[in-house]
Design a protein. Structure first.
Lengths: 119, 119
DNA sequence: TCTTTATTTCCAGTATCGTCGAAATATGGA
DNA sequence: TCCATATTTCGACGATACTGGAAATAAAGA
């Protein structure tokens, strides 16, 4: 990931409304949420949210698909992972002590994939 | 971590100059780098960098200590980890498939602490 | 104390961002 | 086609951020 890409993604997330929207979509999973439903839950005007989603979309952090009159947004998991990877990739170059907490975080992630560690 | 704290940290990182400075400090490890040395390496005026470091500092992403005429900056590893944790903490709430790449990232982290996984 | 070096603060011009009313566009149904 | 609903685009105002010159502050040595 290039630094400009990372800055674009970080800028997109560096806003309370957009970060809330993004996290809501992360929780919503692959089913995603319709734009209107998202606006209702976040309590923001539809056009304001539309702008926020547009910024997140250009940063690759959300994806969208039309379903009838609604537009369904989902989190861009792949690009989110790339960003986290970018933020971490130099963490051990000379400072291995920062690495331990990162592994703890991944291990704390309470999901089925936890089993993979023993494999 | 509260969302406002996360936004502050993300905003601090959402700037090419500051992100470069931060990553350089992450690589520099606990020894850190003097403000002037950092400015020289990044090719930015000392006062511009000072402002950048001030923003990163208020976000808790860097720390500083005076050493004679120089001020040494180091990465704020603890707070950086907290931010990453915040960005990840909901990753598995209904979308466990996003979790796998995160573990891969942590495992890819090539440092001594990798042994802990087998413990 | 005076000078040099290192860093920060102040300031102001410029640019970019955030917000939301109003209008435009897209879709499905009658 | 006409209407209702869902969403986006446009536009403009106010707010905030970025930059770097110049001045101020901090520290060490002569």
């Amino acid at each position: 990931m290039e630094i400009k890409t990372a800055v674009t993604a970080l800028s997109a997330l560096a806003h309370e409304g957009r970060l809330n929207a993004f996290r809501l979509l992360v929780r919503a999973g692959q089913d995603g949420l319709a734009s209107g439903e998202l606006a209702r839950r976040l309590g923001v005007p539809a056009n304001t949210l539309s702008g926020s989603l547009n910024i997140l979309s250009h940063a690759g952090l959300v994806e969208s698909r039309r379903a009838g009159k609604s537009v369904i947004y989902t989190a861009g998991y792949a690009n989110m992972t790339e960003l986290l990877q970018f933020l971490m990739e130099d963490c051990c170059a000379g400072a291995s002590d920062i690495c331990a907490p990162l592994i703890e975080i991944a291990l704390a992630c309470d999901c089925d994939d936890k089993d993979k560690i023993d494999a």
